[in-house]
Design a protein. Structure first.
Length: 278
């Protein structure tokens, strides 16, 4: 069999695969099985073949000793080091830098890997639960807490403008929101007095609420802080039990006692309005 004519040069693995009509993976296998010899392996791990290497592979029955040619690899621009993924085999990693064209790996069963990860997480979680469930050798003693009397100090006044509408809509929304959440509230000042009798128009509603419920009402009533002069609603926060115990329902709304309305009006200098309650 006559030798195939090739040029006198060094061939890359890709070029050899094209000449032989096989895949690049087959070239790697031939190298591992010593069926084909590479004349040069560069410092970067790439294989180079002479025409004699190729003819020797094509004529395996003829034994020829090929003297390896010592060729110094040309200075190459430093290439980015390939970082193989965790599922690649050691052989794939060895040949990865041999060509610019990456080697395609077999498809990975990601579903199976996810299931394995889930089983591992479940196992760790069960171990954690077992540790938590183990009885402690320490004897837990309930801390002694001194009973603190309910804060009955002065109320804190907070002024807002609301995004739900006018005074009527604000009052109805406050009542509905409080009932839905089972929270205490009670109108006072002009808003409370107006439920007793018609009075001159006013632009600010006053209502008592508990301090811990303030953020809830701020959210459901779409409240933004405001000054007293421009406010639509004043929420007076207080935990005084008497305020909510003595309240009464008028026209479907909760109102503080008559004595509390009169006291609040007098404290704000509204003497004439306070006298109208008598």
């Amino acid at each position: 069999m006559q030798e195939t004519a090739f040029n006198e040069k060094l061939y890359t693995s890709t070029e050899v695969a094209q000449i032989l009509g096989v895949s690049l993976r087959s070239i790697y296998r031939y190298l591992d099985e010593n069926k084909i010899q590479a004349a040069v392996k560069t410092a970067t791990g790439r294989h180079r073949f002479t025409k004699q290497n190729i003819n020797d592979f094509l004529r395996p029955s003829v034994q020829k000793l090929v003297q390896p040619v010592e060729i110094k690899a040309p200075v190459e621009v430093q290439e980015e080091v390939y970082k193989p993924s965790y599922y690649e085999t050691s052989k794939q990693v060895e040949h990865k830098n041999d060509e610019e064209t990456p080697v395609k790996d077999e498809p990975v069963d990601w579903l199976a890997r996810f299931r394995q990860a889930a089983e591992k997480y479940k196992s760790q979680e069960l171990k954690t639960q077992e540790i938590i469930a183990q009885p402690s050798t320490q004897v837990w003693e309930e801390p002694k807490v001194e009973k603190v009397e309910e804060d009955l100090g002065e109320s804190e006044f907070n002024y807002y403008r609301s995004g739900v509408g006018g005074l009527k809509e604000i009052a109805q929304s406050l009542d509905k929101s409080a009932k839905n959440a089972s929270l205490d509230y009670a109108f006072t000042m002009q808003a409370g007095l107006s439920l007793h009798k018609p009075i001159k128009p006013f632009s600010l509603i006053h209502a008592y609420i508990r301090p811990g419920d303030r953020s809830y009402f701020e959210k459901v009533l779409q409240l933004t802080p405001s000054t007293k002069d421009t406010a639509q609603l004043c929420l007076a926060t207080s935990n005084e039990a008497k305020l909510y115990k003595d309240r009464k329902e008028m026209h479907g709304l909760q109102v503080v006692s008559d004595e509390q309305i009169k006291l609040d009006l007098l404290n704000e200098g509204e003497t004439d309005l306070a006298n109208e309650l008598e």
